[in-house]
Design a binder for this molecule. Structure first.
Ligand code: HBI
Ligand code: FE
Length: 278
């Protein structure tokens, strides 16, 4: 795999349901041990942060730029989660918890449904700024956390957690994973007539930021739940389709409280769509 792989396919890479690794709690959380990050690791965060903030300019949704304030902490480098959580919790009741890496699906969704966002407690190396095998603290915190400071997204992410737990029960995880993928990770939004980024997989990617908005290659259909749940995705290259929402409130309306079970059933046996040829 070349540079620019953003995030591993969570379904393919997620550890099978197993005991947490040594040192982790039953919910797979570990102490952040902020003081153990090296100067080099903090430096990598600072490089990524500065580079991505400059590139994003006004390419992200307003709520992301506003939410970045929660990351402007008293010291540079990888955020100290105690300090970050004070700010984030005060705004939306979310906290960020440290985990060793990908966690099992039920653990992941249980955290989300309780307004806890699991963040990988490691950072990529300076030699591999654009390559990520598993979501690290930069993807998880820079990509996901600013929007968690926004009430509509905070509620949406909690709802996704509930939908995830339900999907696991009814054997529809692959459907719910597509919703997660095409919104939380790779979503675009129309704001004042212009396309903006809100998906964390794009927001934390140097390569995909411009491509997602400006390339002629990908399709950019309007968000449609049925269509999203039918559309396969590829985690090892830039996306071929990005779904565009009108607003977070709108997305929230279509997910929170909605029972997705009838749709899962209706889609049984319906062929998948290829994101490159939708
Ligand atoms: N674990 N740490 C971590 N981060 C994720 O994004 C993640 C995970 N486990 C499972 C998972 N994602 C997927 O089930 C969802 O993305 C659909
Ligand atoms: Fe992510």
């Amino acid at each position: 795999m070349q540079a620019d792989q953003l995030i591993a396919d969570p379904i393919a890479e997620t550890p099978a349901r197993s005991a947490p690794p040594p040192g982790a709690a039953a919910d797979w959380t570990i102490p952040q041990h902020w003081e153990r990050f090296t100067a080099e690791e903090h430096r990598v965060w600072d490089i990524l942060f500065a580079r991505q903030q400059e590139l994003l300019g006004t390419r992200a949704v307003r709520a992301f730029h506003e939410g970045l304030d929660v990351l402007r902490l008293s010291k540079p480098g990888i955020p100290d989660l105690d300090e970050l959580n004070e700010r984030l919790f005060a705004r939306t009741g979310w906290t960020v918890v440290s985990v060793p890496g990908l966690v099992p699906d039920d653990i992941f969704f249980d955290h989300l449904s309780n307004r806890r966002f699991p963040a990988g407690n490691f950072i990529r190396s300076a030699e591999q700024l654009d390559y990520l095998e598993e979501p690290d603290v930069f993807h998880d915190v820079f990509g996901h956390v600013p929007l968690l400071a926004q009430p509509a997204v905070a509620d949406f992410m909690q709802a996704i957690g509930g939908h995830g737990l339900h999907a696991l029960e009814v054997g529809a995880l692959h459907r719910l994973a597509r919703l997660y993928w095409y919104t939380v990770e790779f979503g675009l939004a129309r704001e004042d007539g212009a396309l903006k980024i809100y998906g964390a997989g794009i927001l934390s990617s140097f390569g995909e930021t411009r491509y997602s908005l400006e390339s002629d290659v990908p399709h950019r259909p309007a968000f449609d739940m049925r269509r999203v749940l039918r559309t396969a995705y590829c985690s090892s290259e830039f996306q071929k389709s990005y779904f565009v929402i009108d607003s977070f409130e709108d997305l929230l309306d279509r997910t929170v409280g909605d029972d997705l079970a009838p749709l899962y059933e209706a889609l049984d046996g319906v062929p998948d769509l290829d994101p490159a040829f939708p």
